[in-house]
Design a protein around this ligand. Structure first.
Ligand SMILES: *[C@@H]1O[C@H](CO)[C@@H](O)[C@H](O)[C@H]1NC(C)=O
Ligand SMILES: *[C@@H]1O[C@H](CO)[C@@H](O)[C@H](O)[C@H]1NC(C)=O
Length: 271
């Protein structure tokens, strides 16, 4: 905690007048949102980021959610609402073996009850990585020990993204045209007006993240990075393909590290 506060004040120092005084600084800390940052590079969360960014940015589904620790029947209901129930399109050509149906918002969050989720067929490994990060965040397990939701629902958090240069829907000003792998329960997702979310921010580390719902200076971000990224595609052949989705967890969990950082400024002219 101490080092976090030190970090925060260093960030404030670097920004000069961006933060007016220590009192409001404390206020920022008290209200700071928890951001879970997905690394979208090819060897990390991969194109689950396409689905999350398409949902948040192109379908206005938001990026701030409430984990409500749903029962498995509630999760099943949400999956079906998302078009990811059993026998879903990802279990068939041109996908099938090695692919799973990824849904956004996740079946672990209350917002999924509203329906209108988007789904995307993604490589199983990416889907289980995304699910593992969420699960450990909710239960404050492993590297999320002392962070995240601490097993207490309801728990509000926001998702954001980094290293998204290969994930077009996360990029600023990029087209929301459907790449033919964005669906809802009722068929291909219709193109919508792009949300002008000027949500690009710099972290203390210098890295840029995209936060569709915005963020504030001082917000804490948790970044999960898989350490065995070389193994990314090595056992996708073991996946069954099909009715699996975002929050399902693979027993053969990949290991990841969690790094804590804070948002130091908004980046207006980021490309
Ligand atoms: C983007 O794709 C290129 C070409 O496949 C690859 O070399 C590069 O590492 C990728 N970048 C990220 C951030 O994943
Ligand atoms: C991962 O790949 C890099 C470059 O190909 C290599 O230097 C490194 O030793 C590999 N790591 C493991 C754990 O295999």
């Amino acid at each position: 905690m101490k080092s976090f506060l030190l970090y925060l004040s260093l960030g404030a120092l670097a920004l000069g007048s961006a933060l007016p005084d220590p009192a409001s600084n404390a206020q920022v800390t008290a209200n700071a949102k928890k951001h879970l940052v997905f690394d979208c590079s090819d060897k990390q969360a991969g194109d689950t980021c396409q689905n999350m960014c398409f949902g948040a940015k192109c379908q206005k589904l938001g990026s701030t959610f409430t984990w409500d620790q749903p029962s498995s029947s509630t999760q099943g209901k949400r999956s079906r609402l998302a078009g990811c129930g059993s026998g879903n399109r990802c279990s068939k050509a041109p996908y099938g073996k090695g692919y799973q149906c990824d849904e956004y918002p996740f079946k672990s969050v209350k917002e999924a009850d509203k329906g209108k989720q988007v789904n995307r067929c993604v490589k199983s490994r990416y889907n289980s990585r995304q699910g593992n990060i969420l699960k450990q965040f909710y239960y404050s397990q492993g590297q999320f020990k002392g962070k995240g939701c601490n097993r207490k629902a309801p728990c509000q958090f926001s998702v954001s993204f980094k290293q998204f240069s290969n994930q077009s829907y996360c990029r600023k000003g990029a087209s929301c045209k459907n790449d033919n792998n964005e669906f809802t329960k009722s068929g291909p997702a219709k193109r919508e007006e792009e949300v002008d979310a000027s949500g690009y921010y710099r972290l203390g580390s210098g890295e840029i993240i995209f936060a569709p719902d915005g963020a504030a200076v001082g917000d804490v971000v948790y970044q999960a990075t898989f350490t065995n990224s070389n193994a990314t595609m090595s056992f996708e052949s073991s996946a069954q393909g099909g009715d699996d989705d975002a929050d399902d967890v693979d027993d053969e969990d990949d290991e990841f590290e969690v790094e804590e950082d804070t948002i130091v400024e908004e980046v207006e002219d980021f490309e």
